[in-house]
Design a protein around this ligand. Structure first.
Ligand SMILES: Cc1ncc(COP(=O)(O)O)c(C=O)c1O
Length: 427
């Protein structure tokens, strides 16, 4: 009997995550320097502010009992109100200006759950989702699981290229597929995988474009701002969401995983009115509410300044680590023909481009040479939609989150060694 014959179509189609195998390799060889995992800097995890918040919570029996009880599906009211007040400050709004979005603010188990819920609420098989080329590959996997037709749209140094987006929509309309377009997905801040942000001047026009193309139905923009807060300079433009004055187009997805602690696995979304009910009823099926304890810990850390101090520290840590990685890439790969990389202003990632003849994929020469040199990266091909194709295979995502500065220098040196050995192989 075939054991997989009982599985659902979804479970059979999904298979394993393309990078879970990469993570396992990293754990199997302790000498390997992993530039692959998109994890945060382990040495900076916020032990003290979390400790203070937990003490404050459990030191008060009434609060402590509330934290250890179930909460509500939409999330802790105090945390949600605080999040909206913070949004007002971040987005240069007046105090109280966003009060009306509190009922549309939903706390989730990381932003990943929100992405999943939005996909569940909007996507039927055959529906179209437009993503950046390249994009966050985990999101692409989950919408493919829902049967979406995923189409990549060109990006440049300012992120999503709006002319290319409009051209794609025009083509879909000509082919009669515009009614199937449900979502435009952008990782707006220091994107995973490129480190590039959506240019400030494109944010308002993106909302205008989505609304203009919403002919028979609303095309939503899903703004995944997972790396918001981690700009090295501290300056961040208004979000795309801020430009959606009517609150009907943009779904804002935020998380505390990167800016505080992934272990607390808490994120939130601000949803257009039309999606609040559907998302909450689906979330009810998932878990009937996110981890109440984590929400109340975060509420304390946000309230007592611990969170802000942590973010300020992380900006410096990542700014320094990024500079070390870029410096080492410059030292070992600078001037090598066909090799270039992005220069991010925040976040955790650098996107490497190698000559087109060199396949960075798992079955290609660079990946096996990199493993021999004991360094790991994420092959860039995972971050591209099949459509419009062909999928480029000469990129790699490098993450400077986990390795320390010495390991980043050594990782870049090993990667350059792997690359050089591929050149010798071809010569
Ligand atoms: C772009 C992006 N969005 C969302 C997530 C999900 O993170 P979490 O569920 O921990 O908030 C990640 C995690 O790496 C990410 O890189």
């Amino acid at each position: 009997m075939n054991p997989s014959s009982s599985l659902s179509r979804l479970a059979r189609d999904r298979g394993g995550s393309p990078i879970s195998d990469l993570m396992k390799r990293a754990l199997d060889n302790p000498r390997l320097i992993s530039l692959a995992a998109g994890f945060v800097d382990p040495a900076s995890l916020p032990l003290d502010p979390t400790n203070r918040a937990v003490d404050a919570l459990l030191g008060d029996p009434a609060l402590g009992r509330r934290a250890l009880q179930y909460g509500t599906t939409i999330g802790d009211p105090s945390l949600r109100a605080r999040l909206v007040r913070r949004l007002e400050r971040e987005e240069d709004a007046l105090p109280g200006q966003f009060e009306h979005v509190v009922p549309r603010t939903v706390v989730t188990n990381g932003s990943q759950q929100l992405l999943y819920l939005v996909a569940e609420a909007l996507i039927d098989p055959g529906d179209v989702v437009l993503v950046e080329s390249p994009t966050y590959f985990v999101f692409m996997g989950l919408i493919e699981g829902r049967g979406a037709r995923v189409i990549g749209v060109e990006t440049d140094e300012g992120g999503l290229n709006l002319e290319a987006l409009e051209e794609t929509l025009r083509r879909l309309e000509a082919e009669g597929d515009l009614p199937r377009v449900k979502l435009i997905y952008t990782v707006s801040e220091h994107s995973n995988p490129t480190g590039i942000s959506l240019a400030e001047g494109r944010r308002g026009p993106l909302v205008e474009l989505a609304n203009r193309w919403s002919k028979g139905h609303q095309i939503f923009v899903l703004e995944d701002a997972a790396y918001r807060g981690l700009s090295f300079s501290g300056r961040e433009p208004s979000s795309v969401w801020r430009h959606d004055e009517e609150g009907r187009c943009v779904i804002l997805a935020r998380t505390f995983s990167k800016s505080f602690s992934p272990g607390l696995k808490t994120g939130f979304g601000v949803l257009p009115e039309a999606l609040v009910g559907p998302v909450l009823s689906l979330k009810g099926d998932h878990d009937f509410g996110s981890n109440n304890f984590a929400q109340m810990v975060l509420d304390r850390a946000l309230g007592d300044g611990g969170y802000d101090a942590q973010v300020a520290r992380l900006r410096e840590v990542y700014r320094d680590k990024c500079a070390v990685l870029l410096g080492a890439l410059g030292e070992h790969l600078g001037g090598v023909e066909g090799v270039s990389w992005t220069v991010p202003r925040g976040g955790l990632y650098v996107w490497l481009t190698v000559p087109e003849w060199l396949d960075t994929g798992k079955a290609g020469p660079l990946f096996s040479r990199a493993l021999e040199h004991e360094v790991l990266y994420v092959p860039g091909c995972y971050a591209f939609a099949e459509e419009p194709g062909p999928v480029p295979n000469n990129h790699a995502r490098l993450c400077f989150g986990v390795p320390d500065e010495d390991q980043l220098r050594e990782g870049a040196r090993r990667l350059a060694g792997a690359l050089a050995s591929c050149g010798e192989q071809v010569a």
